[in-house]
Design a protein around this ligand. Sequence first.
Ligand SMILES: [Zn+2]
Length: 303
Amino acid sequence: MATKKPIHQLTAAQFDKAFPDEEACCAYLVGKKWPKGVRCPRCGAENPTELKRNPWHWQCYQCAPQSSYRFSHITGTIFENTNKPLRAWFKVIHLMLTSKKGMSALQIYRYMGFGSYKTAWYMAHRVRAALAAQKFEKLGGIVEVDETFVGGLAKNRHWDKRGGGGGTGGVGSGKTPIVGAVSRKGNAVCRVIENVRASTLTGFVNEVVSHKVSLLCTDQWTGYRRLAKDYPLGVIDHARGEYVIGAVHTNTIEGFWSIFKRGVVGTFHKVSRKYMPLYVAEFQFRYNNRENPDIFGAAIGHC
Ligand SMILES: [Zn+2]
């Protein structure tokens, strides 16, 4: 499994040292948002006027010469329009990033001592939505593609995961189908899908996987067969008890599914289809930054 290396994370002590107070959090966010100096978020003008009496606020006369446009360090971020201090947000993000299987809103609510569960739920979802906006280059090298079904009650044994119904998969079972592609030693890209038909799966692969890969590994599902036209396709037949033939296997993506499912089952218990893309984004982000020494900074950069 490609996730053996521990996720780099700030310890609680390191977090407290880096962010002793709200000021430190504001300065950190400004540094992440505007590494080359503050710019107007609306028109991009450099050197907006600092409001001396109102720290972390600026006004831009470029896009509003008469009245000036006022903005702050949190304008346009997920931290806007909330009454929680930045330090609470940072702590929540830190908690979410440091737990391999994710942290439920209930856990966050209790740990943070928020007044309501709803606050924790809302904050965690906003963070996930920010992480979901991450963009990727097409995957290259050796890439594995696989789909899975998450949620629902029925057992999810690999060899009968597609069930009946000609590729409609989990429809009726309460399960949500998800397709994923992972570059060995690289990134994973996963997406919640409507069904596991050939058109859906090949559409996803064409969108996220480079045609210049050295090998594309799938299992024997007929939905993948037409990929052989555009990709060097290696098929492993699980139905025949095959799991590894030379470089052909799907163990990396299956490792990702197993972490994701343990998270969904063990931490979040039940995730509806509506919110599944947000959880997928969270796990994908942690996976793709598993060797990033500044995973926290990367996350803040997306907020
Ligand atoms: Zn402006």
